[in-house]
Structure formats: structure tokens, C-alpha cells
Design a protein around this ligand. Structure first.
Ligand SMILES: NC(=O)c1ccc[n+]([C@@H]2O[C@H](COP(=O)([O-])OP(=O)(O)OC[C@H]3O[C@@H](n4cnc5c(N)ncnc54)[C@H](OP(=O)(O)O)[C@@H]3O)[C@@H](O)[C@H]2O)c1
Length: 234
């Protein structure tokens, strides 16, 4: 299976790409940082996995279309897209700047829309494809102190659940994943010295593998993945 993963240069996206490549899938990585992508590619290839990477700023619709076309060319096709890239800024409405609000809207909402539009011609043509959108628990529950982030993730949820209905008759399966706390560097806060209670990024990769491998004609449409353990008491 040939899978494009956005935001694969670090965090959850890197974990997903690594897990899927180790599971035998051919992976196509998109993110802005060329050097970080190079690091992930090297690591996956050293472990025997198949991996291509194209630097891309998902806030730019034309650049996104070109990068998706390039990665599809490198992979020789595309079976699945995982929209993972996102910006997480947990500030309340008094603290959040306009620039930060726009960064989340541009990346978390527009970026998902642009990447999805870019793969759809291939999937529509082959009448088959799978799309996984990484929303968040904050895409279904209020997040006091992070209203802007929650708004962007509720938008991902609305887009994703609606696309499931729009695309199913074209043989394209859309799934929505709602992670709880995952141990990515950008989610490490100083008070949380030991993040080991959290979900590991590779565990989100394992979930994506399972979603991509459901029996033909079936779909895991919505899945929450949360840590079993609770955060340590302060
Ligand atoms: N960690 C959690 O606890 C958690 C929980 C629920 C949901 N999520 C969601 O999971 C996803 C990944 O989160 P994370 O914690 O792994 O974050 P992260 O470590 O900050 O990684 C974010 C990824 O997105 C990429 N990215 C950001 N802006 C981009 C842009 N304009 N164009 C292309 N790529 C861009 C980054 O790469 P570059 O900087 O190289 O572009 C990076 O690879 C996000 O959608 C987040 O909302 C995370």
C-alpha cells in the first residue's frame, strides 16, 4: 500500500510513517522542514523501510498540489492519505494572537482541505482510496484555554465526517481519528517531567495500520485513542 502522511517530519506523523514503513507500506512524507524529513527518511531506510519525502507548506494550495503530484509520481501511485499535520497553540481568547489563530486555521483546516483535494483525482479515477484525518479529542469536546485550537479541530471533524458521506459512493473511505494525549515534543510541558503515561506516536501508527487494513467494504469511521494511564498528580 502506498500512503502519504502529512506532518511526517516529527511527532505523531513521524511515528505513523515509521510504523507503516516497518509494516511494509510504501510511505510518502510531506512537511516543511527538508532537514527533518531527511532525518526521518534516513532512519526509515536504515531500518529497511520504503520512504520518499517532498518538502511542502500545506498552507499554500498550489505548492500542496504540486508536492502531492510529485510524491505520487515517486511512489508510482497513491492508495491512502493521512492528514496529520497540525499546529497546536493552547491559549485562551485573551492570549491568542491573530497570527496564531490564522496559523491554526491555515494549517489545521485549509491544509487538510488542500491535501485532500490534491489526492482526490487519483482516488476518484481508481474508484478506491482511504483517507485518515487526525482530529483530536479537542475536535469533539470543548477545550477551555484552547478555544482556537478546538475550533480548528471541530472543523476537521466536520469536514472529515461529511467527506465520509460524500466520498463513500466513489469507493473512497474516510476515517476520523481523535487522539488524546500523545507524547510528541510539541506537547511536552515543563510540568510534565515524565511523559511515559501518554500514547506513543508509533501507537497512532499502529492504529492507522489497522484502519487501513479493515476488510473490504467496511470502515472504521471514527476512533478515539487515549492513554490508559492518567497524568501523574502535580
Ligand atoms: N500530541 C498530541 O497529544 C495530540 C493530540 C490530539 C491531536 N493531535 C494532532 O496530531 C497532529 C500532530 O501533532 P503533533 O503533536 O505530532 O505535532 P508536532 O510534533 O508539532 O508535529 C506537527 C507536524 O506538522 C508539520 N506541519 C506544521 N505546519 C505545517 C505546514 N504549514 N505545512 C506542512 N507541515 C506542517 C510539522 O512539520 P514542519 O514543522 O517540518 O512543517 C510536523 O511534522 C496534529 O494535527 C495535532 O493537532 C496531537
Amino acid at each position: 500500500m502506498k500512503v502519504i502522511i502529512t506532518g511526517a517530519s516529527k511527532g505523531i506523523g513521524r511515528g505513523i510513517a515509521t510504523y507503516l514503513a516497518m509494516d511494509g507500506m510504501e510511505t510518502g512524507l510531506l512537511a516543511r522542514s527538508a532537514s527533518a524529513l531527511e532525518d526521518v527518511t534516513q532512519s526509515i531506510e536504515e531500518q529497511g523501510g520504503a520512504c520518499h519525502a517532498v518538502p511542502c507548506d500545506l498552507r499554500d494550495p498550489d505548492a500542496t498540489e504540486q508536492s502531492v503530484q510529485e510524491i505520487v509520481r515517486l511512489m508510482g501511485g497513491v492508495d491512502a492519505l493521512i492528514n496529520n499535520a497540525g499546529v497546536v497553540i493552547r491559549k485562551d481568547i485573551f492570549e491568542l494572537t491573530l497570527e496564531e489563530w490564522r496559523a491554526m486555521v491555515d494549517t489545521n483546516i485549509n491544509g487538510v482541505f488542500y491535501a485532500t483535494r490534491a489526492v482526490l483525482p487519483y482516488m476518484r479515477e481508481q474508484q478506491a482510496g482511504r483517507i485518515i484525518n487526525i482530529s483530536s479529542i479537542s475536535g469533539k469536546l470543548p477545550l477551555p484555554g484552547g478555544s482556537g485550537y478546538a475550533a480548528s479541530k471541530f472543523a476537521v471533524t466536520g469536514l472529515s465526517l461529511s467527506l465520509f458521506q460524500e466520498l463513500r459512493d466513489h469507493g473512497i473511505i474516510v476515517s476520523t481519528v481523535y487522539p488524546g494525549s500523545v507524547d510528541s515534543a510539541s506537547h511536552r510541558h515543563e510540568a510534565e517531567a515524565d511523559p511515559s503515561w501518554k500514547v506513543a506516536p508509533e501507537d497512532v501508527g499502529r492504529l492507522c495500520r489497522d484502519i487501513l487494513n479493515t476488510a473490504p467494504g467496511t470502515v472504521l469511521s471514527e476512533v478515539e485513542i487515549r492513554p490508559l494511564r492518567r497524568p501523574p498528580k502535580a
